[in-house]
Every structure is written in structure tokens, then in C-alpha cells.
Write a protein that binds this ligand. Sequence first.
Ligand SMILES: Nc1nc2c(ncn2[C@@H]2O[C@H](COP(=O)(O)OP(=O)(O)O)[C@@H](O)[C@H]2O)c(=O)[nH]1
Ligand SMILES: [Mg+2]
Length: 293
Amino acid sequence: MSASSLAAPLQFLDGRPGSPRPGRVQLPPKSPPMESTPAPVATAASAAPVSSPRLLITLATFNECDNVAPLIAEIRKFAPAADILVIDDNSPDGTGKLVDALRAKDPTIHVLHRPGKLGLGTATLAAMQYAIDHDYDLMQNMDADFSHPPRFLPAILKGMATHDIMIGSRYAPGGGTENWPLVRLIVSRAVNGLVRFFFRMPIQDASGAFRCYRVAMLKTAHLERTQSRGYSFQQEVLFRCHLVGAKLGESPIIFENRRAGKSKVNLKEAVRSIATILWLGVTHFFGVEDYRK
Ligand SMILES: Nc1nc2c(ncn2[C@@H]2O[C@H](COP(=O)(O)OP(=O)(O)O)[C@@H](O)[C@H]2O)c(=O)[nH]1
Ligand SMILES: [Mg+2]
């Protein structure tokens, strides 16, 4: 499957691509941080050695003007050679303009400007399309609010020597969440339990967005068929990658509270995401729908 084969179905993901930059990083020697169960079908991607991959770090933003600049500075400490892509949905607080100003000083920062709030899922899909179109080897996604602390990047990237997707995992041994209310913890755990049950994926944390993807594997995962537009995108994309044999690994992280601004999760989005996961899970589990096609 070529990069362009994803382009047509994803054209609704408006953006203004910048020019590709080298963005090469040195991966540490092979040694996965966590076990992973072999996936059903081996991909060419899982076998491909990556010695000096081109890394793109992607940040979806909606009203993150107080977080994005210090976050990029912090990321630089742990992944100095990476390029950075911000996908901004015309944030009313001016996040997009702020990132344009950062880009004027640092051309390794790229921005996709979309016309309005189109959802975290489609923002991440647009980032994946960008990584494919610009020939990156690895795409590392992070929230733009410091909930995904950059200090965990080296361990996640190290795992990419032997996996197609490395998840910065709250629920792997050593991982956790900072001061989450019990209700949020229960809902998150329950969603992950459902996902493990229905999708048979060998991982603890299927709902976090702190993940590194092998771009060659993303090209094979039929992401143009993704139904989720919001937060259930995280589970669906993992499921679709699992179906094409992606090798999944987890590296523990502590999920911290956002530093500034407000969460964009609301009840409607939470309910819609859980409904999408249940729909995909039940139809897959009972063979109503073949998501390999
Ligand atoms: N581009 C874009 N980014 C979004 C959208 N919704 C949320 N985000 C970003 O996605 C990340 C996670 O969102 P957040 O509200 O912190 O969710 P929470 O961490 O689950 O509370 C943050 O970087 C947000 O700015 C959206 O519709 N479009
Ligand atoms: Mg957040």
C-alpha cells in the first residue's frame, strides 16, 4: 500500500504541510522495556531493522497556548533530533499563531492548521498521514498538556527497536496516574478491560495517546476505514494495527495532570467513544463485521 493510497480517504483532514526535515534519531541498543505477545501475522515492518530512524513527534492542540512552547522545549531535552508537528484546530486562544511564531525561528517545527475543532482522532489521523507523506520512520504522539511527560520518551523509543507500536502505559508495572478521581480510574480501567476482552489485544493500556508508531506499519493498517473521530480513536487504531500483525509493546509512564488550561473531554464525547468501542468490539467478537476487509 503506498502512502498516497491513504491520501484520498483522509482529504477531510485539512492541513498545510511543511517541508520534511531530516529528524534522525539514534535508537539505543535492542532491549524491549516490556514483553509483548506475538501478533497473529508477521509484518514486514516488524522485521525491518531501524538504526537511525527519522522521528516525528506529533502534538494535537486545542487551546494549549500556555503549554505548547514549554512542552516543545522539554521534548527537545529528550529527543533533540526529532521534528515536531502540531495539529491545531484553529484554537480560539491563539495556539496556532504561537506555533507559527515558533516555526519562524525553528524550521524543524511544523504546523497543520485545520479550520475548527474536528476531534482528537482525526487530528491524530492527519498526523499519521503527514508522517507517511513526509517519509518519517517513527511517529511519536503526545498530548500537548504535559500529561505525557517527555522524560519517558527515551524508554518508549528504545522499545521501537523490537516493536511496531510502543505504548506509554499507565497500567504496565511501574506506571500510574497522578491524583485521578476514583470514578475516572474506574471508567478507564473498565474501558481497557472491555478492549482486552473484545479485541484480544495483549496490552494493559489501550486508551492512552502517548504512543510511538512505526510508519511503515501504519501504511498497512487500513486507517482510512477508521470510524472514530474522537477519543475512541486510540482503541480503534490499535485494534486495526493489531489486525495487520503489529507487534505491540508497553513502557510504563506516570500520567500527570495537565499543567494549564482545561480538558476537552465532555460527557457526550465520552459516551460516544464508549459506544464506538462497544460497536466495534461486539461486531468483531461475534463475527458480524470482518474488520480485516
Ligand atoms: N487538534 C485537536 N486537538 C484536540 C482536540 N481535542 C483535544 N485535543 C488535544 O488532545 C490532547 C488531549 O486532550 P485533553 O483535553 O487534555 O484530554 P484528556 O487528557 O483526556 O483530559 C490535548 O493536547 C488537547 O489539546 C481536537 O478536537 N482537535
Ligand atoms: Mg489532557
